[in-house]
Design a protein around this ligand. Structure first.
Ligand code: ADP
Length: 415
């Protein structure tokens, strides 16, 4: 494939007070440099920067808004000594992470005025994420005039779900009026891991049934049949499904009503379920970090041990359900910070999957860290594989694909 025209792709992940960037050369998919501006708008913003293979540096900068943050990042990328570009004009395209694409976006999109309007329309579904994502897009349009921008949505990969999977069992008019339904998130990671697993198994994606588990601070599982998502654990928001770092995952919705009737405000309940629950809430450690949970459980802390069991139990419940929906699976794939690194958390899941024919190999589990590999015994009917994810590279690949494919991808509106 000719990469010259779109060799240098900048990937931007713009949050409410942060801007993450990564520059790739697509010729050999090499990451050239990456960085993160934090505390945008605060008196002391920070720019972390790292060239491939070198140590990370931190420096205090002034960045009142995303535009200034991007300018500081670009100054670093084109810095005479520390940069990786002679000139910013070497950047051929920019890929943006956009959290919510609603039902409008089934695929990554080359950004024009219509797409920007669509992203703004979806802001009601992700008020904390889509507006800062837009902030990154607008900043790039100013700093890189005439350079193509592509939006890569966390939700798009899950748009293949059918109504019986994505609708909630409430009257249809709430879907019609408010678009209340399951959307799913982490789509970029699930898609990357699906493709990486197909390459690992040496089979086309179309012939595979996979259960991909993205296990990080936020976690979700997807059931994928022939490249199409059949179901996933997150919902209209990233709150439901698995037990996460600080999010509760599945919960009887009446618990929310009960708490409201006790006098808790919607904001207080939001804070409780999103920030003070999950491993953090159950483990009682003031930390939702799996390393802290595992360490404390190993030292006999019963709350931490209980959090770890709950994590494994909930994940196994969904994996079993998805195995049934798919009519079997060629592999169960674990990724994300926990999936790639935490042998104890993986064991808490896989030890519950013997009915599916998954038998943990403790030695493989202990030694597989941050690299691809099976952690089940070779005699297992279904292998459990570790597959490192790379969401930034996937965004760069999507950007390249959208800009070089002859047909523009479709939205629901035009399909
Ligand atoms: P995010 O969802 O914020 O991208 P990550 O994918 O980085 O999160 O995952 C963070 C989680 O991964 C944390 O719970 C952390 O404890 C866990 N983790 C990261 N590295 C390790 C490690 N070496 N061993 C065990 N757990 C790890």
């Amino acid at each position: 494939m000719p990469t010259n025209r779109y060799d240098k792709i900048l990937v931007i992940n713009s949050g409410s007070s942060s801007l993450k960037f990564m520059l790739f050369s697509m010729r050999a998919e090499t990451m050239l440099a990456k960085g993160l501006v934090e505390r945008i708008g605060a008196p002391s913003a920070n720019l972390a920067y790292q060239r491939n293979g070198e140590a990370k540096t931190d420096e205090a900068i002034s960045a009142d808004n995303h535009g200034q943050a991007l300018e500081m990042a670009c100054a670093m990328l084109a810095h005479p000594e520390r940069g990786v570009l002679k000139n910013l004009s070497e950047v051929n395209a920019i890929g943006h992470r956009v959290v919510h694409g609603g039902e409008q976006f089934r695929d990554s999109m080359s950004i024009d005025e219509n797409v920007k309007k669509g992203i703004n329309d979806c802001a009601a579904l992700a008020p904390l994420h889509n507006p800062p994502n837009m902030g990154g897009i607008v900043a790039c349009e100013k700093v890189f005039p005439g350079i193509p921008n592509v939006a890569v949505f966390d939700t798009a990969f899950h748009q293949t779900m059918e109504p019986h999977a994505f609708l909630y069992a409430i009257p249809y008019k709430y879907y019609e009026q408010y678009r209340i339904r399951k959307y799913g998130f982490h789509g970029t990671s699930h898609k990357f891991v699906m493709q990486a697993t197909a390459a690992w198994l040496n089979k086309p994606v179309e012939e595979l049934k996979l259960i991909t588990c993205h296990l990080g601070n936020g976690s979700s599982i997807a059931a994928i049949n022939g490249g199409r998502v059949v179901d996933t654990t997150m919902g209209m928001t990233p709150l439901p499904g698995l037990v996460m770092g600080s999010r509760c995952g599945d919960l009887d919705p009446a618990v929310v009503l009960f708490l409201a009737r006790q006098g808790m405000t919607p904001d207080a309940i939001d804070d409780l379920l999103n920030k003070r629950s999950g491993l953090r809430g159950v483990g009682g450690l003031e930390s939702g970090d799996m390393r802290d949970i595992v360490d404390a459980a190993a030292k006999g802390n019963t709350s931490a041990a209980s959090a770890l069991k709950m994590f494994g139990h909930r994940a196994a419940l969904y994996i079993g359900g998805y195995f049934t929906l798919l009519g079997g699976a060629d592999a169960i794939v674990l990724t994300g910070g926990i999936g790639e690194n935490s042998a104890a958390a993986r064991a808490a899941i896989v030890e519950r999957l013997t009915a599916l024919g998954c038998h943990l190999d403790p030695a493989r589990n202990a030694e597989t860290r941050g690299r691809a590999g099976a952690i089940t015994q070779d005699t297992s009917r279904v292998p459990v594989l570790i597959m490192p994810t790379n969401e930034e590279l996937m965004i760069a690949r999507e950007t390249f694909r959208v800009l070089t494919s002859p047909a523009q991808p479709v939205t629901n509106a035009t399909a």
